[in-house]
Design a protein around this ligand. Structure first.
Ligand SMILES: Nc1ncnc2c1ncn2[C@@H]1O[C@H](COP(=O)(O)OP(=O)(O)OP(=O)(O)O)[C@@H](O)[C@H]1O
Length: 682
């Protein structure tokens, strides 16, 4: 058996590191050579410019670009090799095909192909053979390659922790991923950015990451089940698997806000992939609507619900977030198609264009959005009139046609159709348009949907994979828009229990109605929080299916104070305790922005940051923010201040409290004055 003992492994590690160092040197030499050649080439062009024609210049430019491109490739390769030098591999499996001896397969974040021996010394975790590391225990195993399935036996599985080039431990395991290693990973203090989990991906997670068949994959997973992590690893996997056709810039992440985007921005580069473009829903909306409308943001909608819940406002949101609303919009569009075009005879000079001709044309173009159809019909009508009069048409005649046809449709503006829709469903009071025109958030995507259907909008065909996080926050109409704009494969993930607006929350089932071809995966194991914190959060929103990982810590503390002054003193103390605790991040998570601002003012201290809707980066230290913004993030310790009966009463408040508490990895404290919120007392 190769490298059986620990000392052999240590020796082997040194050997690998040496080979990596050599490989880095070779890249350096190559880079140097490239830049020398590049310089020479540029010099040459400079000197011979006068004697070169345009074609020569283009050719020279291209060759420079090619060299620079190869140079960039070399720089990226060097970056990967340096990273491997720090931690070359984390796993090993000894795999024996039938009737053959076993060879060790070392698995790392990237692959390392040693050019001199022409041998793959480290396999990328995404390589087909590496899948067995996540999927099998000792004994019979198999993996699938593009050319077929390979069966055999796993004779050994080993896990390593190598940091800064030093082997910290090595562990033989019979099971798939040794629980101790996972426990160690989870017990660590949080970083300011999300990290990769390649060394401890679980079997069910691996199945999601490596799924190649689902056109739409919907992941509904409990808080802390690794949804976001898995989705990012899935992107990394797909970029590897389809590296010939998909590049990082062809993927798009729809993310809830800039802070979240910053928080996850580290994972893919850590996995050797470039940064992935991301876009917020509001940015997408602004992109689509141009500057035709001003509209409320999702944050503003949720703040309004938290600060002054108005039943009429809630009713409007509820209606527009239902699957029924989408089907009513579709019925309305059919109604428009069938009843709103009133064809009438059109007189152009002395020629009469018969009503039937106009109607036939209108129907013939039924695949073209209605407001785009007139131009096509007008072309045909012009041809018809030209044939009749046997001459070119005058400007006046052309105008008569161009203006006459649109007049046959009841409305020509999308907003007029949208207003009319509410009359048609018999609910005119469900539309509130403020003056000057400002749309409520719930109307934004409904209106975009009508624009799409009535006028058509350019689709995002350059995007080859779409990732939607926090899926519960988007409504059926939003999904209908996404489905029409993005024709690529999609990964959609979230958790209904973590909605910040229960009146507009979508479950996996709701979303599946928009994407009937979707594969739905549910994840119930929760990795983030200790058993104690998870049990506490379950009191707020129970989920009988949730399985917490068996990791323990202090019980959450709920502490009442006599006055706001006392509560603030206690919060100051909690911050001081945190600073001397060795933990990295503390989240003070409030219900509203007003409370967060108040806390920030009262608790001002160095290293205490207020995170708002406008923030763009997630920092380590003490963060004061709202539950809405904290969604998707995690902290070593969380403090939920002002947890009184006054603050947390409604269903929206319950969601906020749940989101806030489930952000904690190791420690959770709630403070209040007066009466404790009934959500916890009950
Ligand atoms: N297989 C794993 N190995 C190590 N850590 C893991 C694993 N799966 C998840 N985690 C950790 O669990 C935590 C939660 O993961 P993540 O944020 O991806 O979950 P989520 O389901 O998106 O959470 P939420 O919906 O509550 O925001 C992270 O710290 C992540 O690193």
């Amino acid at each position: 058996m190769i490298n059986a003992t620990e000392s052999e492994e240590r020796e082997y590690l040194e050997e690998i590191k040496e080979k990596l160092t050599l490989a880095i040197r070779r890249v350096d030499d190559a880079v140097k050579q490239f830049s020398d050649e590049l310089r020479q080439k540029k010099q040459y062009i400079h000197e011979h410019q006068s004697g070169m024609d345009e074609a020569d210049m283009v050719a020279a430019g291209q060759s420079i670009n090619r060299m620079a491109f190869t140079g960039e490739g070399a720089v990226a390769r060097k970056r990967r090799l340096l990273k491997l030098g720090q931690s070359p591999y984390f796993g090993r499996l000894d795999f024996a095909p039938p009737g053959q001896g076993s060879t060790p397969v070392y698995i790392g974040v990237y692959s390392f192909f040693e050019e001199q021996q022409r041998q793959n010394l480290i396999y990328d975790w995404r390589a087909p053979i590496s899948s067995m590391f996540y999927d099998f225990e000792l004994g019979a195993a198999a993996y699938t390659t593009p050319s077929g399935t390979i069966e055999g036996t796993i004779e050994r599985k080993r896990q390593y922790k190598i940091r800064d080039g030093r082997l910290e431990f090595l562990l033989d395991s019979a099971v798939n991923i040794h629980d101790d290693v996972l426990q160690q990973e989870l017990a660590k203090s949080s970083d300011d950015k999300m990290k990769n989990i390649v060394a401890t991906i679980q079997r069910d997670q691996n199945a999601v990451i490596r799924n190649e068949t689902a056109p739409v994959m919907i992941i509904q997973g409990v808080a802390g089940s690794g949804k976001t992590s898995i989705a990012l690893h899935r992107i990394a996997f797909l970029l590897y698997r389809y590296r010939e056709t998909i590049r990082a810039k062809d993927v798009l992440i729809i993310s809830p806000n800039k802070v979240f985007a910053d928080y996850i921005s580290n994972v893919l580069p850590e996995l050797g992939e470039e940064h992935i473009p991301e876009l917020g829903m509001e940015e997408l909306a602004a992109d689509l609507l141009g500057n035709r409308y001003r509209f409320q943001t999702f944050f503003e909608q949720v703040s309004a619900l938290l600060e002054r819940p108005d039943p009429a406002f809630i009713e409007r949101i509820r209606f527009k977030s239902s699957a029924e609303f989408l089907s009513k919009l579709n019925q309305y569009l059919l109604h428009v198609e069938n009843h709103y075009f009133t064809a009438a005879e059109l007189r152009v000079g002395g020629t009469v264009v018969p009503r039937q001709l106009l109607l036939d044309k209108f129907k013939a173009y039924h695949r073209v959005p209605i407001l785009k159809r007139f131009a096509l019909i007008a072309d045909d009508v012009r041809a018809f009139v030209r044939d009749a009069v046997r001459r070119k048409l005058t400007g006046r005649e052309k105008a008569a046609i161009g203006e006459g046809i649109p007049r046959m449709l009841k409305f020509n503006q999308v907003l007029d159709f949208y207003r009319d829709f509410y009359r048609w469903v018999g609910q005119p009071r469900l539309l509130r348009l403020d003056h000057p025109l400002q749309l409520e958030y719930a109307d934004v995507f409904a209106l975009i949907y009508l624009h799409l259907r009535l006028e058509g909008l350019a689709s995002y065909d350059h995007v080859k994979h779409l990732l939607v996080d926090e899926m519960q926050d988007y409504t059926p109409v939003q999904y209908a828009v996404l489905s029409r704009l993005f024709h690529c494969r999609k990964t959609i993930l979230g958790d209904v229990s973590q909605t910040v607006n229960p009146y507009s929350a979508s479950s996996a089932e709701t979303i599946e109605r928009v994407f009937p071809q979707a594969e739905v995966v549910k994840l119930y194991r929760s990795y983030r929080s200790t058993v104690e914190i998870t049990a506490f959060a379950q009191r707020i929103t129970p989920n009988p299916h949730l399985i917490p990982l068996d990791r323990h810590g202090p019980a959450p503390a709920v502490v009442g104070y006599n006055s706001p002054g006392e509560e603030l003193t206690a919060l100051r103390q909690l911050i001081a305790d945190f600073k001397s605790s060795g933990q990295h991040s503390l989240g003070l998570i409030c219900k509203t922005l007003a409370q967060a601002e108040h806390a920030q003012e009262a608790l001002q201290a160095p290293g205490v940051y207020l995170l708002t809707e406008e923030s763009t980066a997630f920092k380590e230290g003490v963060i004061i923010t709202t539950a809405h913004l904290a969604k998707g993030l995690e902290f070593d310790a969380v403090v939920v201040p002002f947890a009184s009966a006054q603050t947390y009463t409604t269903e929206v408040d319950r969601s906020m409290l749940y989101v806030a508490c489930t952000r904690a990895m190791h420690q959770l404290t709630l403070t209040y004055v007066g009466e404790l919120t009934p959500i916890l007392a009950g």
